[in-house]
Each structure stands twice: as C-alpha cells, then as structure tokens.
Design a protein around this ligand. Structure first.
Ligand code: THU
Length: 135
C-alpha cells in the first residue's frame, strides 16, 4: 500500500484535491469535498461535489473527477486523492463512488484520503471494495 504511493506524487495530488474543494457547490450539507484523479499519462482531473435542491441528484466529488476524465477520453488511472471540509471524520469515499471507480480501476488503484489536519491514509481500491460487482 504505502510503497505504491511512493511512485506517485502524493503531495501534488492531495494539494489538487484540496484546491478542487474550493469549487464545491454544497449549500445544503455545507460539506465541501474535492477530488483529484491521476491518469496514467500523468494528467490530473479534479472535481468537487455538486449538490442539488432535490438532494438525491447531488453528485460526489470523486465521480465528478472521474466522469470529467472519462468524458475527455481517459481510461487508465493510477490514484485518487479526496479532501473534505468536515473535521469530524476522514472523508472515505461512499459506496456508490467505490463502485464507479471500480468500473475503470483495478484492485491496486490507490486512494488517498486527506483530513483537514494534514493527516492522510492510503488504501488500495481492493481493500475498500472487495468482491466488486461485475457482470
Ligand atoms: N460526498 C462526496 O462528495 N463524496 C463522498 O464520497 C461522500 C459524500 C458529498 C455528497 C454531498 O454533497 C456531501 O458530501 C454530503 O454528503
């Protein structure tokens, strides 16, 4: 887990996630989230949560970043960093985002979860979502 993160520029990716958080549209929860996705070609796509008055149509930061990248033709990814404004807990990705990430990324894909204090944790997708649903 940790060894894998050494081959990516974790600091740069985490800083991109924190930066993306500033664009969050979160007037209902007041919980701002930013995500930064590292593509295997070295490019980074960022995203934020975009909430909606109908609540259920709100989109998470992770999916915003991933869908931006996929819609620009990217298909191969190395890592994702997630940062959020909430200080109570680490911003682990929700189950829906884990499944959407698993559509494109294998079990060794790295997910860096960043707390506002600067503390962070690194996971393999396979640890966060074992036994992925597949057709
Ligand atoms: N949120 C994310 O952006 N990512 C997650 O993995 C979990 C939750 C957002 C959705 C909503 O805008 C806010 O956080 C509160 O749930």
């Amino acid at each position: 887990m940790k060894n894998k993160t050494n081959i990516i520029d974790s600091k740069k990716l985490m800083s991109a996630a924190k930066n993306a958080m500033k664009q969050a549209h979160a007037p209902y929860s007041n919980f701002k989230v930013g995500a930064a996705l590292l593509c295997q070609d070295g490019s980074i796509y960022s995203g934020c949560n975009v909430e909606n008055a109908s609540y259920g149509l709100s989109v998470c930061a992770e999916r915003t970043a991933l869908l931006k990248a996929v819609s620009e033709g990217k298909r191969k990814f190395s890592a994702l960093a997630i940062a959020a404004s909430g200080k109570k807990a680490m911003p682990y990705p929700c189950g829906a985002c884990r499944q959407v990430i698993a559509e494109f990324c294998n079990k060794d894909f790295i997910i860096l979860v960043v707390h506002p204090s600067g503390k962070y944790e690194s996971f393999r997708l396979g640890d966060l979502l074992p036994k992925t649903f597949e057709l």
